[in-house]
Each structure stands twice: as structure tokens, then as C-alpha cells.
Design a protein around this ligand. Structure first.
Ligand SMILES: CC(=O)SCCNC(=O)CCNC(=O)[C@H](O)C(C)(C)COP(=O)(O)OP(=O)(O)OC[C@H]1O[C@@H](n2cnc3c(N)ncnc32)[C@H](O)[C@@H]1OP(=O)(O)O
Ligand SMILES: CC(C)C(=O)C(=O)O
Length: 797
């Protein structure tokens, strides 16, 4: 364990502030992007436990070019063969675009300077970067040099750089620029830094304007002072160096105090022209200044950085692979969590912010104004960096209703009313708290679906709407005023109740109250509507209605109904607005009834007063010996319920049998719309297929038809298709035999589905019987087709 001092001043000395009179940087603002130099392949690389391979450097170099860097420090060529060869590769394989300057670093040592020039032979644009440390500690301890000797070292080697640059320019046509770094600048007496740079500038002797400017790179090799001090040092240098117009003042901040970004920004205000740094702040110790961070700071001030980070994730991927270092989840602009709010009040503000911004932008667009991004907690639009809004809100136990509602809206297109937001949030919060985990998008949508029985058969509750109609029900009391009488509505529908089809009917002021009335009278569910709202989803032909309903237990007192503490919310979506409302009612009802047993159906067949679906099926077995397929049992039961209801709740066995025979055409003599007069079946020329040639009676008219299919029934459908619009297909086909010996006959049950453009799908059953099994099947097809609203082709013309 360490021991932090009670009196750290006994060990550490503070920086010495610069007495800079009339400093100007504090009142300046950013006006343009600086020149950027990426030193990822040099300072970043030299700080890695395992420096990059040549291949990795190449991938990284290409990325930097793609991002728009025009100055890239590619290597310390004298350091290693990998670095040297990499530079050669870039030159020899024409990897360096004409508008990009490669930069190479060398110490002030003759052998290493010569090796550095060897590395860049043949390159078009090269910045030779030479450095030597200048601070008192380095002068005294590392180099054991006086100030004059330190200047000499720099000047002497600058002379060599100039000579070699001239020589290589002549021999290879390379354009050279020169960068000199008084390493440890921020710890060096600032006058001495100016003096050494003056010496270097004179020795270089070629400083001009534009691309001929000499670059003085002033590093905070180790960040030991606050950013304002660095800014003072830079402003001092900028105002004291001679021929300022011939000098590019460059920054090279490190981040030891965690203020590298601030230091760079203040130093730019203090007059610097250029910044050296690395993507995501890689580099020695705590890293070089992060160029992505700096560039995007500028961008969010409305200044284009001239670097492109539009696909930030792919940049992160490449950089992390090459550096073998992660990007911290909280890293500005790039971390996994930086566009994410988990906490409720942040999410609420973001949700409201998005809504307000959408409206504001619509107004801006109409007025040809800029659509300024102005969002709570999000300084940058994630979309600009190629990020989606998926991660903007993530939900855990710290989240609130706003965040959950935002996600429901984004992913299910449902704009929940405020009170329903609260209700659903409590469901999510409870799960997240209990399970101590983040709720994924999948968790939230599936919890929503199961809570509200929303989203298809998988989530269906105990009660589900199958079919319905609402019809006007005139008020019973005739009105003696001139005003039109209030029109009441009748709901007539089929629900699936615990898996069985139940036919219910009710009346009310509108479809919703009529359904509530039906639920009360048939299923003993006594609920009252407390709140209703709706909105549309989408536009045009595909638009749908979303309805939200809050139900409470019915009381005799309206006040109590309004203030009831327990309520159930429901949601329904449908292209038909009435259906959306009815679905929403059932969604809420499903929550309200929970597991409570529902009253049995009061339907009397013969003398059995509470007959159900199985009793009806048994009755048909007994009377006609027919084993109905399961789905036909349920469809027929629906038919029976309607008939029974219309005859006061009772039906005799005899009537029940008749109802079946007529409904499905079983052994009746009644004429049908489609009848088979005669047919011939033959093998088709295609192996395994059958062909039918038949005389059909369609609406009493004889038509000769033919068709081909995999079997007799599909061939018959093909033949029918020659006469009708749309398509018929078989959903279910089942057969069994009745009787024994010579009396045996086949019974066929066929369910057909009919689809025609502009109409909802329809389906119907038909039952056929004959001693010939093929004919029995064909009859069943004709009877089912006759029960559908099939459109004759002739109707078209
Ligand atoms: C702040 C920075 O990031 S500076 C860049 C740092 N990057 C690197 O060092 C990576 C590449 N470096 C290397 O590969 C090696 O250090 C080399 C090839 C440059 C030199 O290696 P070596 O010859 O073995 O020397 P070594 O690494 O020990 O360097 C120290 C020597 O260089 C001298 N030296 C250090 N910096 C400089 C400089 N900028 N100019 C001249 N001499 C220097 C030291 O005084 C010391 O000299 P001495 O041997 O007479 O005491
Ligand atoms: C070589 C110099 C510029 C350097 O890397 C530093 O001082 O950090």
C-alpha cells in the first residue's frame, strides 16, 4: 500500500505561472479547424506493448487517409526495420495520395537522420521532423548540455537536415518541409524555447509562407500544468517568435492530467495553427490528445473539422484492432454509452426533446431555416456518426416511464397515453428491479405484448375477437322532438373464449359500450370505460388505428368509477378504427379477468341446458355418424350458438342436424351454386399429375371446364379457376367412411380459402359423401365453394 503525503508540497512543486500581460486567448472563440497531424503510427505506435505490424500500419494509414488527414506521421524510420520498411512500402506502392504529406521523426543524431532520409526516398511530399529535449532537467540529466550546447545540437542537426533535404529534392524531386520539436517545451523556459527555435529557423534558412512555413511543434511531452498555463506559453511563443507568418505553430499535447483536450483548445485560441494527436487518444502513458474528440468538439460548435467520422463504428473497429486497446464505454463521442440514457429523468427529457424537435424542424423546413439540433443530454446527433437511435435510451431499474414509452413508440409505433405509460413502466420497473438487470429492447416489446395480449396469436389472451359486426339499433323510445334520435349500436360478434368460439351480442351508445354490454350479459364481466384515446399509425392505404382503453370495475356511482384506484389498460391496432377499439377493450378485459373462471355457455340442445362444443359434435356423431374435424367443430358451434340465440336459447336435436346438413350441403337435395354434373379424370402428360374434364353447373348454367393438379381436388380447383376471379385453395381435407360392407360410403370434409383482390380472405367448409371417395371429395369442394362469395368471371365483363 502507498502512502499519500499529508503535506504533498514537500514532494511536488507547482508549475510556475507565466506573467503574460494582456493575454488575448481567454476572450477568443473558434473560427476554423486547425491543421491536423495524426501521429497514431508514430507516437501512438511507440506506446503500444506490441507495436503494429506493417500490415496493421497499412490498414491504419488507409483509414487516416479516408478520414481526411492531410498530414500523417507514419513512422520513426530509424527505430526498427518494421518502421523503415513500412515507409518504403508506402512510397513504392504508391499508397500516399498526392495531397497527403507523410511525416517521419528523427532525433538529432546524424546516423539516424541519414537513415530517416533513406526511408523516404522517392516520396513526393515529406515533413522531416527532428526533436531534442530542451528543459532544464533534460539538459542537465539526459544530455548533460548547457543551454548553448542544446541550441548547438538542434542547429547543427538542422543544418544536416537542410543539406540532405536539398540533396534529395534535387535527386528525387521530393518536396520537403521541416518540423522541429523542442521536446518537453511545456517544461522549458519559454524564452529559451523561442531562442532555440530562432536558431533552428535561421539554420533551416528556407522558411517562407504557405507550404514553405517551418513547423515549430511545441509539445506538452508530459502534461504537468493546467491548460491555461499551456495556452499562456503558446501565446507567448506566437507573439515572440520572429517572422510569425513563416511559422506553423503546432501543438502536441499529452493527457497526463486528463486535460489534453482543454489544453489543445485553449492553445488554439492562443494562436496555434496545428495539432498533433491520435485517434481516441492513444499514445504515451495517458495518451496523446484525442483528435476525434477535438474534431467533434469543433463540429458541435458548427465548425467543420475537415475530418470525416461519419462511420465512427468502423473507425473504432479498425483502431481497436490495430492498437489492441479498447475504447472506453464513456469515451467522448465514441464510447458505447455516450449516446445512452439509463436514468428516468434524462430519458423523459430526451423523449420530450425529440418530440419538440420534430415539430420545430417541420416549422424550420417550412420557413427555409436551418434545422438546428437542440436536444437535452445529446450534444450531437448520433446519426451524424452513423449511429442509430437504438442506444439513446436503455432501460434498467433507474429508468422512468418516459424512456419506456419512447422505446414502445419507436419499436411498436404506439404512442401510449400518459397513464398507460405509467402502468406499463411499473411492469418493466418491477422486472428490472427484481432481476437486477437491464431490460433489452426484446424484453420490453415482448413484455408489452404479453401484458396487453398484443401482437398476434402468440400473445392472445383468454378472450380474443374473431369476427364482429356493429349495426345501428334505433332508440326504443320514439322522440317527440325534431332532433334525430340518438342511434344506439348493436355488437354482434364471435370471441374465442378460453379456446372456444362464443357468440355474443350487446347494445350500447357505441361499439365499445355495446361490447362491454355483451361481455356483461354473456360472460359476467362487468367493466366500465374510464379513458379512451386513439391515433393513426402510418399514412394512406396502409394506415392503421391504434386505440387505448382504460377500464374499471363498474359501480353504481360515476364518481367512484372515476376515482377507482384499480384499472386495466388495453391496446388494439386495426385498419378499422372500430375494431381497434374493440380489440383494446378485450386487451384490458384479459388483464382484468386474470384466471377467474368464466360462466359456462347457457345454450340448450335438446334437454341439455349448458351444451358446449363437444356436445354439439357428439350430437352430429349420434344423428349423422359424422366425426367432425376439430376446426369444423368449432366453426359449427359458432353457427349453432347464433341459431340458438335467435330461437331463445334452445335448439332441438332435429333442428341441429338440419342446420348442419343445410350449412355444409351434406346429403341435401337443395341446389348449390357450383354443382358437378359429370366428370372424367385422366392422368396428365406430366408424371404424377391428374387432369379433370367436367360439366359444371354454375348458377344454373352448364359450363364445360377442365383443369390439372396434383390430385383430383386440386385439378377441380384449377377447373373452377377458369370460371372465377381470385383463387381458391384447400386449407384442410379430411375423410372417413361410414357404414360397412356394400353400404360403406366415404364422407369428405373440405375447408376452402378464397382470396380475391380488394377483399378480405374468406373461408368455408363443405361436406360431401358418396360410395366413390373421389366424388365425395369433389362434392365437398363444390359445396364449400358455393358457401363463399366467389366472383364469377362473367361478372367482370
Ligand atoms: C517524446 C518522444 O516521444 S520522443 C520519441 C521517442 N521514440 C522512441 O524513442 C522510439 C524509437 N527509438 C528508438 O528506436 C531508439 O531509442 C533509437 C534508435 C532512436 C536510439 O536508440 P539507442 O541508440 O539505443 O539509444 P537510446 O534509445 O538509449 O537513446 C538514448 C540516447 O539518445 C540520446 N538522445 C535522446 N533523444 C535524443 C534526441 N532527440 N536527439 C539526440 N539524441 C538523443 C540520449 O541522450 C542518449 O544518448 P547517450 O547514449 O549518449 O546517453
Ligand atoms: C517528439 C515529440 C514531439 C514528442 O513526441 C513529445 O514530446 O511527446
Amino acid at each position: 500500500m502507498g502512502c499519500m503525503l499529508i503535506e504533498p508540497s514537500q514532494k511536488y512543486k507547482p508549475y510556475t505561472p507565466l506573467n503574460l500581460v494582456g493575454r488575448t486567448w481567454p476572450t477568443k472563440t473558434f473560427v476554423k479547424a486547425p491543421i491536423w497531424l495524426s501521429t497514431d503510427l508514430r507516437d501512438g505506435n511507440q506506446a503500444l506493448a506490441t507495436p503494429m505490424t506493417g500490415d496493421q500500419k497499412l490498414v491504419f494509414f488507409r483509414l487516416l487517409v479516408k478520414c481526411g488527414f492531410k498530414e500523417i506521421e507514419v513512422a520513426y524510420p530509424a527505430a526498427s526495420d518494421t518502421d523503415f520498411s513500412f515507409v518504403r512500402y508506402l512510397v513504392e506502392h504508391d499508397e500516399i495520395p498526392d495531397d497527403v504529406w507523410i511525416q517521419v521523426l528523427t532525433p538529432a543524431r546524424e546516423d539516424l537522420i541519414r537513415r530517416t532520409f533513406d526511408a523516404v526516398v522517392g516520396a513526393k511530399h515529406v515533413i522531416i521532423h527532428m526533436y531534442n529535449a530542451t528543459s532544464a532537467m533534460f539538459r542537465d540529466v539526459v544530455f548533460k548540455n548547457s543551454k548553448d550546447q542544446t541550441i548547438d545540437l538542434a542547429v547543427h542537426h538542422t543544418n544536416l537536415v537542410r543539406e540532405l533535404a536539398n540533396q534529395y529534392a534535387t535527386s528525387h524531386g521530393t518536396t520537403f518541409r521541416y518540423e522541429y520539436s523542442p521536446e518537453t517545451f511545456s517544461q522549458t523556459e519559454v524564452d529559451f524555447s523561442v531562442a532555440i527555435c530562432e536558431g533552428v529557423k535561421t539554420a533551416w534558412g528556407k522558411a517562407g509562407t504557405g507550404n514553405e512555413r517551418i513547423i515549430f511543434n511545441l509539445p506538452a511531452t508530459v502534461e504537468v500544468g493546467p491548460p491555461n498555463h499551456y495556452a499562456d506559453q503558446i501565446e507567448y511563443f506566437c507573439t515572440h517568435i520572429s517572422e510569425r507568418e513563416k511559422v506553423v505553430v503546432s501543438l502536441h499535447p499529452h493527457n497526463d492530467r486528463g486535460t489534453g483536450i482543454a489544453a489543445a483548445e485553449l492553445a488554439v485560441l492562443a494562436g496555434a495553427d496545428r495539432i498533433e494527436g491520435c485517434l481516441f487518444g492513444n499514445g504515451e502513458r495517458t495518451g496523446n490528445v484525442d483528435i476525434v474528440n477535438l474534431a467533434l468538439n469543433l463540429y458541435t460548435q458548427g465548425i467543420h473539422p475537415h475530418l470525416d467520422f461519419s462511420d465512427i463504428q468502423s473507425i473504432i473497429d479498425i483502431v481497436t484492432q490495430c492498437n489492441d486497446l479498447p475504447v472506453h464505454p464513456r469515451h467522448p463521442y465514441a464510447g458505447e454509452f455516450v449516446f445512452t440514457a439509463f436514468s428516468g429523468s434524462h430519458q423523459d427529457a430526451i423523449k420530450k426533446g425529440f418530440e419538440a424537435q420534430t415539430q420545430r424542424h417541420a416549422r424550420n423546413l417550412a420557413n427555409s431555416e436551418a434545422q438546428i439540433w437542440d436536444m437535452p443530454y445529446l450534444p450531437l446527433d448520433p446519426a451524424d456518426l452513423g449511429c442509430t437511435y437504438e442506444a439513446v435510451i436503455r432501460v434498467n431499474s433507474q429508468s422512468g416511464k418516459g424512456g419506456v414509452a419512447y422505446l414502445v413508440k419507436r419499436h411498436l409505433n404506439l404512442d401510449l397515453p400518459r397513464k398507460m405509460q405509467i402502468a406499463f413502466y411499473q411492469v418493466i420497473q418491477a422486472i428490472s428491479d427484481r432481476e437486477a438487470r437491464e431490460m433489452t429492447m426484446e424484453d420490453i416489446t415482448s413484455t408489452f405484448r404479453s401484458t396487453y395480449h398484443f401482437g398476434g396469436p402468440k400473445y392472445e389472451g383468454r378472450l380474443a375477437l374473431k369476427t364482429f359486426s356493429t349495426t345501428p339499433e334505433p332508440a326504443s323510445e320514439p322522440s317527440d322532438t325534431d332532433e334525430a334520435a340518438d342511434e344506439r349500436r348493436r355488437f354482434d360478434g364471435t370471441l374465442s373464449v378460453d379456446g372456444m368460439l362464443r357468440v355474443i351480442r350487446g347494445e350500447g351508445n357505441g361499439p365499445i359500450s355495446a361490447l362491454l354490454n355483451a361481455l356483461h350479459s354473456h360472460l359476467d364481466i362487468d367493466l366500465t370505460l374510464r379513458e379512451y384515446s386513439e391515433h393513426t399509425i402510418g399514412e394512406g392505404q396502409t394506415a392503421k388505428a391504434a386505440s387505448y382503453i382504460e377500464l374499471v370495475a363498474t359501480t353504481n356511482n360515476i364518481k367512484e368509477t372515476r376515482s377507482a384506484s384499480q384499472s386495466w389498460w388495453g391496446v388494439g391496432v386495426d385498419s378499422d378504427i372500430a375494431a381497434a377499439g374493440l380489440r383494446a377493450v378485450l386487451s384490458a378485459v384479459n388483464s382484468a379477468i386474470g384466471d377467474r373462471p368464466l360462466p359456462e355457455l347457457k345454450l340448450s340442445i335438446g334437454f341439455d341446458s349448458t351444451s358446449g362444443q363437444a356436445d354439439v359434435a357428439n350430437a352430429i356423431v349420434n344423428s349423422l355418424k359424422l366425426q367432425l374435424p376439430r376446426r369444423l367443430q368449432s366453426t359449427f358451434f359458432e353457427v349453432v350458438q347464433r341459431a340458438t340465440r335467435d330461437s331463445g336459447g334452445q335448439i332441438s336435436y332435429e333442428d341441429l342436424t338440419k342446420l348442419f346438413e343445410e350449412r355444409y350441403g351434406y346429403e341435401t337435395t337443395k341446389p348449390y351454386r357450383f354443382e358437378l354434373q359429370s366428370f372424367d379424370l385422366a392422368k396428365s402428360s406430366v408424371v404424377g399429375r391428374r387432369q379433370i374434364v367436367a360439366q359444371l353447373l354454375v348458377d344454373g348454367e352448364v359450363r364445360g371446364v377442365s383443369g390439372e393438379g396434383n390430385g383430383p381436388l386440386s385439378a377441380a380447383l384449377a377447373a373452377l379457376h377458369t370460371q372465377i376471379q381470385g383463387t381458391l385453395s384447400i386449407r384442410e381435407y379430411i375423410e372417413h367412411s361410414i357404414g360397412e360392407g356394400a353400404d360403406v360410403k366415404a364422407v369428405s370434409f373440405v375447408e376452402l380459402v378464397y382470396e380475391v383482390e380488394g377483399r378480405n380472405k374468406e373461408s368455408a367448409w363443405g361436406v360431401g359423401s358418396d360410395s366413390d371417395i373421389t366424388l365425395s371429395g369433389l362434392q365437398a369442394v363444390m359445396k364449400a365453394a358455393s358457401s363463399l362469395n366467389v366472383v364469377d368471371k362473367k361478372e367482370q365483363t
